[in-house]
Design a binder for this molecule. Structure first.
Ligand code: NAD
Length: 250
């Protein structure tokens, strides 16, 4: 039980990497608060993993974020997973699309972190314990450029910068902060991007071909790294952008 005794909040836990991560953290003994925009997804998650606590949470809604933070015990772990992939170059990205991507992918993590951090730090000061924040970035970020990921890459680069700044501010207080940078992961939103392509079979082939390992990641390829970075096993790791990318950036 690698997360026994830890209370961990996960955003975007309704499906994909967030859902699998919430379940993996609960299996390792954490008291998991699984949140998502969509109540229907949380209902099916609660049926699948009845020990989880679920709360509807839109990370774009600051009042809702603050209200949930006020109800929770101090967290020992936070996984800011919520994010959206805008597809297109700069010429396909108007200001509304740019603002939406930053509001969800970057400001969402900022809002949740700012709301829960004072209680986390207070607990750390009282207990001399440890805590960890994990922010969802991507290999498509400051790590590597990809075609048609203009706004997306910019937001995920910002997430890495925010992660390093947080890590620097709190490294002496027992709080670590890292960013996770997956390759292409088989999730509902990826399936949606494939299905909406002009030639879905070719799109799927192209997504697979990006990974030298010759396949898409499954969510189960990603969750061990999530558990590790939220657990005390990674106690000497902070401020890192950790790649789980099937060899893309070799
Ligand atoms: P997904 O895109 O299939 O699901 C996203 C979840 O986020 C949904 O449950 C949705 O309801 C929720 N959500 C949407 N807007 C929200 C909001 N405003 N507040 C709270 N929840 C909201 O899941 P995924 O593909 O696993 O992606 C999760 C994260 O991983 C994203 O940040 C994404 O950028 C990142 N990521 C994904 C991949 C990939 O290939 N799938 C690769 C690298 C990084």
């Amino acid at each position: 039980m690698r997360l026994q005794g830890k209370t961990i909040l996960v955003t975007a836990a309704g499906q994909g990497i967030g859902r699998a991560s919430a379940i993996a953290c609960a299996r390792e003994g954490a008291d998991v608060v699984a949140t998502d925009l969509r109540a229907d997804l949380l209902e099916s998650l609660a049926r699948e993993a009845p020990t989880l606590r679920t709360h509807v949470l839109d990370v774009r809604d600051d009042a809702a974020v603050r209200a949930l933070a006020a109800q929770l015990p101090p967290l020992d772990g936070l996984f800011n997973c919520a994010g959206f992939v805008h597809e297109g170059s700069i010429l396909q990205c108007d200001e509304a699309a740019w603002d939406f991507s930053f509001d969800l992918n970057v400001k969402g993590a900022y809002r949740v972190t700012r709301a829960v951090l004072p209680a986390m730090l207070d607990k750390l000061d009282r207990t001399r314990g440890t805590a960890a924040i994990l922010n969802m970035a991507s290999m498509a970020s400051s790590v590597k450029g990809f075609p048609n990921r203009f706004a997306y890459g910019a937001t995920k680069a910002a997430v890495i910068g925010m992660t390093k700044a947080l890590a620097a501010d709190y490294v002496t207080r027992g709080l670590r902060c890292n960013a996770l940078c997956p390759g292409t992961v088989d999730t509902p939103s990826l399936r949606g991007r494939i299905a909406s392509a002009a030639d879905p079979a070719a799109a799927e082939k192209a997504f697979i071909a990006r990974q030298p390992m010759g396949r898409l990641a499954t969510v189960d390829d990603i969750t061990p790294q999530v558990v590790y970075l939220l657990s005390d096993e990674s106690r000497f790791v902070s401020g890192q952008a950790v790649l789980v990318d099937g060899g893309v950036t070799i």
